[in-house]
Design a protein around this ligand. Sequence first.
Ligand code: 5GP
Length: 134
Amino acid sequence: MTSIFTKIINGEIPCHKVAEDAHYFAFLDINPVAKGHTLVIPKKEVDYIFDLDAETLSGLTLFAQKVAKGIAKVVPCKRVGVTVLGLEVPHAHVHLIPLNSEADVDFKKPKLKMESAETAALAREIQSAIGNLQ
Ligand code: 5GP
């Protein structure tokens, strides 16, 4: 069965994209725990991140590095944290979360509410920051 994330990659479900190349895709989480919370996924649909082949997994990390640098240019934070859960969506992904304190990575707290226009503007800013990285 096609995952919800494959549907997002294929444009069948809308998202706020921040980066894409031939093998990877990054977009804002629909229920962010912090402003700038981004998901980075391989286009190859594999459920569990540690079942990815070595090349795809290492490429995912390098792609996430670029995305994290872009996020950090837009969202004030001490650093961008990386979390892997994968309990909800069976398509390997990493969460990139701007952190100012440990509490920013608490998935149990109420999610951030953002207007759609604000989210769209944030995605454009991050996308542009990633594009401008040296
Ligand atoms: P996990 O599988 O890592 O436990 O959680 C999946 C994450 O994907 C959650 O943070 C959830 O908010 C996000 N998510 C689930 N469905 C969608 C969707 O359709 N669009 C976006 N942008 N994020 C989603």
